[in-house]
Design a protein around this ligand. Sequence first.
Ligand code: FES
Ligand SMILES: [Fe+2]
Length: 339
Amino acid sequence: VSELPPFPTGWYALCFADELGAGQLLSGRWFGRELVVWRSGSGRVAVMDAHCPHLGAHLGHGGRVEGDAVRCPFHGFRFDGDGACVGAYGGRPPKVRAGTWPVAERDGVVLTWFDAAGRPPGWEVPVADSGGFGPLHHHTWPSLRTHPQETSENSVDLGHFAEVHGYTEVRELAPVQADGPVLRTRYSMTRANPFVPFLAPIRTEFDVAVHGLGFSRVDARIEGQALRTRHLVLATPVDDGVVELRIGVAVEVRSPGQIARPLGWIPRRWITALVGSLALRAYRDDVSQDFRIWQHKRWVDPPGLAEGDGPVGPYRRWARQFYPGGVGGAHPSMEPTPT
Ligand code: FES
Ligand SMILES: [Fe+2]
């Protein structure tokens, strides 16, 4: 892991939107820095350097949201979402500013932009149509020894699906497509029924869109059109070689009886909640299967690619854009994956 620059450029999840209600403040360590994320009374999210620009108190330890500002626990100065000091001892506020970070909310996730060279966002994660999907079920692993380049590479590494996850009949449905900061792939596979394990295995088709290395959105169609699921994979670097990993799943149940006959009896709303939590549990289990590989592997560059790998080579060439200076990503001499 250590050969890769630790913090590639892009949008990264700091929390799920439902973890940050109006008036709430969270703090954390991301990109080797201390940050706070808070939502004002009127609903606006701000991401800030955690240390107050007055005399350096940590806003995450006793700071609180007051209306549209955050109040420092040390001398009570207040800062708005743009970082301006808007109140100090009741007199004229000093011209200090808290460092602020770009913010976006997508698919129920609060994102910030990181660029080691300090450039403003060069692209956005597009808003996706969420029509039909139930609420997002999600899970967070706060500390894994890996890198966003490795976790995202997983979705194009078709060769590991059988060995690590036990999927069968893995097929690439369309050639990988690199479109600026977005990488798209489509594949299908067969897996054990995650909802009712003793029933027949199910066939699933995946549409993968990787938006930079921190935000992957995967739309799946199960058994034709019986069930749609949307999966989010969100890797946020904490420190060099340490990642906070989030996953989310939302489901749309179209034809319960087709997934598992016993489910056909239950009302749709209950089914959506039940299938959503079962889908999250299955997804959690699937993603956990990768951990012992991720946490102990090393970055091999150039890799010894083989037929059957999936588009690992194109993925690595695409990923070079997220490292200012072009380091990391693929070795320049690397050839495309043979097909
Ligand atoms: S250190 Fe924050 S108000 Fe003084
Ligand atoms: Fe995997």
